[in-house]
Design a protein around this ligand. Structure first.
Ligand SMILES: Cc1cc2nc3c(=O)[nH]c(=O)nc-3n(C[C@H](O)[C@H](O)[C@H](O)COP(=O)(O)OP(=O)(O)OC[C@H]3O[C@@H](n4cnc5c(N)ncnc54)[C@H](O)[C@@H]3O)c2cc1C
Length: 447
């Protein structure tokens, strides 16, 4: 602590969450450093270049109901760069690509009988209207969906969709997962609208991240990139943070890193807390970005239920943002959510590319592989904490057994899916406790 009673803070991880926490701590007058392992800040929301396009490494959109994200966009002076568009959704099943935007499209859905469709519609409406998903935390997702949608809709539709997002973890998830997913889809529809309204920043998330970086610099935050933290250990009444660039002492550390990573970095965490952190199951992602000479189907999102396909959805960003934003080309993402033990991780980039290109040409048989101008893969091991049955008991608290060591990460999202708005909600809930603790310490040291 310095002579003015201000504390020194280390924020571990320079994703959106770490940066927003760092900004708020600095605005409250503290000395803050952000230590980020990657060469650039931004984490999952970071951008990269592909062909001559700079856009998100992982597709990102903003929903009209994303209150906190919209407030951040406004605070960063980017509201005028926000673009709202109606999005179109597709559905590929049994070798057929169909639109899925209206009740008529829905009735025409292949591979489901009329009764199964009716029960499916009821389940969607029912889930969207549940305000409090906490009771669903104890119910296995398969049991809940079978109960409300029936076995046919579960086996033919829900199960493949769950597998698409959760891989082999689908059996472990609670019904809270599907509740949170359906509610977010529902929030993308403004009242009475037949299609979803989605927003994005002209220029991609890169603009949010660079405005955030500028704001952090002006607030005096020290941002150190290319600096993986290797150990965090108490040292007197401070914490020593070790990195490849050396060791530094801080009064407080906030880890925004995944639970298992946090547990491994800090030996002094209690065995109970380490066990709790290690019990959180993470889903990873292998996500391809493709630049094409031609459009695909015109759907921002295409759901896939065919388990033979190597990826789990098709996201045609240019169908939403407009090809004019990408120099007349199309920007397409092919995500595959991957469980930790999935052998898919072992495939090298060439093998993944061969499978993904074979998959996309199966859905779009008229796509000439020569139209693929660029292909780039992102691999991230710890993307999303899976809301397993009883997850609410596993969620780590902000405070730990070590004074000054705090955990604030996206595993603390308990009422939604992984998205920036919910992540900002985690920061919003934690900050009064972080700042309250620091203020209490300041007062006791001043006494
Ligand atoms: C495919 C995909 C699509 C998405 N689409 C949307 C969307 O449309 N809309 C939306 O709102 N959200 C979306 N999201 C979610 C959004 O990206 C996340 O909610 C948000 O970026 C999480 O931020 P975070 O800071 O919590 O985590 P992260 O971004 O994971 O940040 C953690 C940081 O910690 C760093 N780190 C890890 N280990 C260490 C270490 N040892 N030392 C130092 N640093 C370390 C990492 O490099 C990383 O930068 C999407 C995510 C994915 C993967």
């Amino acid at each position: 602590m310095n002579a003015q009673g201000k504390r020194t803070w280390c924020v571990a991880g320079g994703g959106v969450l770490g940066q927003v926490i760092a900004l708020r701590l600095a605005q409250a007058g503290h000395h803050v450093s952000v230590l980020e392992a990657a060469p650039e800040t931004g984490g999952l929301a970071a951008s990269w270049s592909i062909d001559d396009i700079v856009w998100d490494k992982h597709y990102h959109v903003i929903l009209p109901a994303d209150r906190r994200t919209l407030e951040l966009v406004s605070e960063l002076g980017l509201s005028s760069a926000l673009v709202w568009k109606r999005s179109r959704t597709g559905f590929f099943a049994d070798g057929r690509l169909s639109p899925l935007n209206s009740a008529v499209d829905y009735l025409r859905l292949p591979s489901l009988g009329i009764l199964a469709k009716a029960r499916l519609a009821f389940t969607l409406m029912w889930a969207a209207r549940i305000e409090d998903g906490r009771p669903l935390d104890q119910v296995p997702v398969g049991d809940w969906l079978t109960k409300w949608s029936g076995r046919e809709a579960y086996e033919r539709l829900w199960r493949p969709l769950l597998r698409a997002k959760l891989g082999t973890n689908d059996d472990r998830a609670s019904a809270a997962f599907i509740w949170a997913t359906v509610r977010r889809l529902y929030l993308a529809r403004s009242a009475g609208a037949k299609t979803e309204t989605l927003g994005f920043i002209d220029g991609g998330y890169d603009r949010i991240l660079s405005a955030l970086r500028d704001r952090l610099s002006s607030a005096g935050v020290d941002i150190v990139t290319g600096c993986p933290i290797t150990r965090i250990a108490p040292q007197g009444d401070q914490l020593q943070v070790e990195t490849a660039k050396g060791a530094r002492l801080f009064d407080d550390v906030v880890s925004t890193l995944p639970c298992g990573v946090t547990a491994r970095l800090c030996d002094a965490l209690s065995p109970e807390l380490k066990a709790r952190l290690d019990s959180v199951v993470y889903q990873g992602i292998i996500c391809a970005s493709l630049v094409l000479d031609r459009p695909l189907g015109g759907y921002y999102l295409t759901y896939l239920t065919d388990s033979d396909l190597p990826f789990t959805a098709v996201v045609e960003m240019s169908a939403l943002a407009g090809r004019e934003r990408f120099g007349g080309k199309s920007l397409v993402y092919l995500p595959r959510y991957v469980a930790q033990d999935d052998p898919f991780w072992e495939l090298d980039d060439g093998a993944v590319r061969a499978r993904f290109v074979a998959g996309i040409t199966r859905i779009y048989p008229d796509l000439d592989p020569g139209a693929i101008r660029a292909f780039r893969l992102s691999r991230v091991r710890n993307v999303m904490a899976v809301p397993t049955v009883g997850y609410l008991d596993a969620v780590p608290a902000v405070e730990t057994n070590i004074p000054g060591f705090h955990i604030v990460n996206s595993a603390q999202i308990t009422d939604g899916t992984l998205n920036v708005d919910a992540t900002l909600g985690v920061a919003e809930a934690a900050l009064p406790r972080l700042l309250g603790g620091a203020m209490a310490d300041n007062l006791s040291s001043a006494a």
